[in-house]
Design a protein around this ligand. Structure first.
Ligand code: BDR
Ligand code: CA
Length: 320
């Protein structure tokens, strides 16, 4: 059995990613640790509980973690996925069940990995603040992980939050830097460009969410307002990154972890995060020639079996 811990800033794509993990066969989610990002950390905790409630998995413990980056103010909420992170369409009365644990997310992460040494796959779907703090408290943590899957960063110098930086890395560049330098376990990265190049057509997205299940109805509802804009053809189809379609960013990291055959090619290389400068801050620099002479190489995902991935998403939404 695969043991997972998911660290998330639960927005819309995180919700789908969590559902993929919950639905995967032979997988046990030990806990979900929350971080600020798409919305404030309290909303993130609530959103995770909502997803677990829809999937009838409220026995999975949820831990509240970092409310902001290591350095500087909290940035980047804006209207990305609405103020609440799930598209501002759910009523307060749409109750979620269960309770947030008292233990801090960073302590829980360290404890759960130490209790299951060598067995845990850690999946990071938001800013990497909790992971950076965890390695400061327990420097041996990375060597006790089985592997690490990250959605974040970029590989072609293109960004969605700034011209050159991806959202998760940009929100806490120092934490991204610490994680890529110090988590020397097997590390797999789904960059922003990779996820955009493998976006789903609206036809296949509709096929996913029009299934007669609670999880599909939930996904349909939370994407109804906020992703609607990219259905409009005002964005050029020729632009491979910002073009037409639904990008399930975080779900790629989960899919790669639970079924490695979804990823058909990765580049094994050195990477580093820029923490200085203005335009370049938060950018992941890919160094295939290893001019940095780093001992630790990561796997940067390059191509995927989109058909297999779509089928995985479709099956996941049949969970409840
Ligand atoms: C990442 O930023 C967040 O908004 C998404 O949830 C995803 O993790 C994409 O850049
Ligand atoms: Ca996310």
């Amino acid at each position: 059995q695969k043991l997972l811990i998911i660290d998330t800033d639960c927005g819309i794509d995180d919700a789908l990613a969590i559902i993929v993990a919950l639905a995967a066969r032979g997988v046990k989610v030990l806990g979900i640790t929350c971080c600020f990002g798409n919305t404030a950390v309290d909303n993130v905790c609530q959103n995770v509980m909502r997803v677990l409630t829809v999937c009838q998995q409220t026995q999975i413990p949820v831990y509240k973690g970092s409310a902001g980056p290591l350095i500087g103010p909290v940035t980047g909420f804006k209207d990305h996925f609405g103020t609440d992170g799930l598209g501002d369409v759910l009523e307060n009365s749409e109750i979620w069940k269960g309770q947030i644990q008292k233990e801090h997310a960073v302590h829980a992460l360290i404890r759960l990995v130490n209790e299951n040494q060598g067995e845990v796959s850690l999946i990071a779907l938001g800013p990497l603040t909790n992971l950076a703090l965890a390695v400061r408290l327990d420097p041996t943590l990375p060597q006790k992980l089985k592997d690490l899957y990250i959605m974040g960063g970029n590989m072609e110098g293109k960004g969605n939050l700034t011209p050159s930086a991806e959202f998760n890395f940009s929100l806490d560049a120092e934490s991204a830097h610490i994680v890529l330098e110090e988590y020397t376990c097997s590390t797999h990265i789904a960059t922003w460009e990779f996820t955009c190049r493998n976006k789903l057509s609206w036809e296949s997205f509709d096929e996913l969410v029009n299934q007669d299940t609670s999880a599909a109805r939930f996904m349909k509802k939370i994407t109804s307002k906020c992703w609607a804009y990219s259905r409009e053809p005002r964005i050029s189809n020729k632009d491979l990154l910002f073009g037409h379609g639904f990008v399930p960013y975080d779900a790629f990291a989960v899919a790669a972890c639970v079924d490695s055959s979804v990823i058909t090619e990765s580049l094994q290389c050195a990477v580093r995060v820029e923490v200085q400068g203005q335009l370049g801050r938060g950018m992941m620099v890919v160094d295939p020639a290893n001019t940095l002479k780093k001992g630790h190489l990561v796997f940067v995902m390059r191509t995927c079996d989109l058909k297999k991935f779509s089928l995985m998403l479709k099956a996941a939404l049949q969970i409840a």
